[in-house]
Ligand binder design. Structure first.
Ligand SMILES: Nc1ncnc2c1ncn2[C@@H]1O[C@H](COP(=O)(O)OP(=O)(O)OP(=O)(O)O)[C@@H](O)[C@H]1O
Ligand SMILES: [Mg+2]
Length: 260
């Protein structure tokens, strides 16, 4: 059987499009009948809400699974979208950095919890905007990282630190970890700044940057308030269409990496 592919969507900078990318790439792959799980590892719970579920819904959630209190398969919830499942967030995630400090191998909790995840083709972990133990757990449990970078001034700030963290985790905990790609978000084709940021990031990361640029599009921020991915809220919007293209590009890269 094909192995589950696990992606962390991570950037310690806030508001760069991690959750939007997680939710919409996951939805696009579910539409292709891939069995996809979103793990909402951010106490803010935005991914959970964006697929139409309530934050802190029920007792079982990403916190209880990470902590080993519940099993993954008992805790994932269906969404309205066929093939798309979510492990919802919980406020209790806020305590993880303190709770796991001093515990042996605190970076491995999520990896252990995902041992029996073969029911899914893809898992996308929406990381919080910080490089604490939650993000560490996500990176140790993942095959790859997708890094959303917003097309704005100081876009690369923090990304160099994230790359260093990824290298460290690769060396000490998870040798297979790779950067799958960098996705440029909230691109504004009329702005010289947007274009020069894309140039800088391509200079820095080369081919790791996906060709698909995600444009700034008003339908994207509207969608979560309707509890829907933008693909379902307004499929024809440029925001939705660009995420469909990005998902296609991710699958192509998967083939090139011999995982599809
Ligand atoms: N392509 C886009 N066009 C317009 N607005 C967007 C786009 N992508 C994301 N946004 C909006 O920008 C804000 C930040 O996006 P998002 O929540 O995905 O970022 P994040 O990195 O997950 O944030 P955080 O670090 O707080 O978790 C949200 O209000 C979102 O709706
Ligand atoms: Mg987020």
């Amino acid at each position: 059987m094909k192995k589950t592919r696990i992606f962390s969507v991570s950037n310690q900078k806030g508001g760069v499009g991690k959750t939007t990318t997680t939710v919409n790439v996951a939805t696009a792959l579910a539409a292709l009948r891939k069995r996809v799980l979103i793990i909402d590892l951010d106490p803010q719970g935005n991914a959970t809400v964006s697929v139409g579920l309530k934050r802190g819904y029920g007792r079982r959630n990403s916190y209880s699974v990470l902590s080993g209190l519940d099993r993954l398969k008992d805790s994932v919830l269906e969404t309205e979208i066929p093939y798309l499942y979510v492990l919802p967030s919980s406020q209790e995630l806020l305590g993880v950095d303190i709770e796991l400090a001093g515990v042996e191998k605190p970076q491995f909790f999520l990896k252990n919890a995902l041992e029996n995840a073969e029911a899914f083709d893809y898992i996308f972990i929406d990381c919080p905007p910080a490089v604490g133990l939650l993000t560490m757990n996500a990176l140790v449990a993942s095959n790859c990282v997708i890094i959303p970078v917003q097309c704005e001034y100081l876009a690369l700030e923090g990304v160099a630190d994230l790359v260093k963290t990824i290298e460290k985790i690769k060396k000490h905990f998870n040798p297979q970890l790779e950067i799958h790609g960098i996705v440029m978000t909230m691109f504004d084709g009329r702005s010289n700044l947007s274009k020069s940021v894309v140039r800088d990031v391509r200079n820095f990361f080369g081919e790791r940057v996906y060709e698909t640029l995600i444009p700034r599009n008003v339908r994207v921020p509207e969608a979560p308030s309707h509890g829907k991915p933008v693909m379902l809220y307004d499929f024809r919007s440029v925001g939705a269409q660009s995420y469909v293209r990005l998902a296609g590009e991710i699958l192509t890269r998967e083939k090139e990496m011999n995982h599809e």
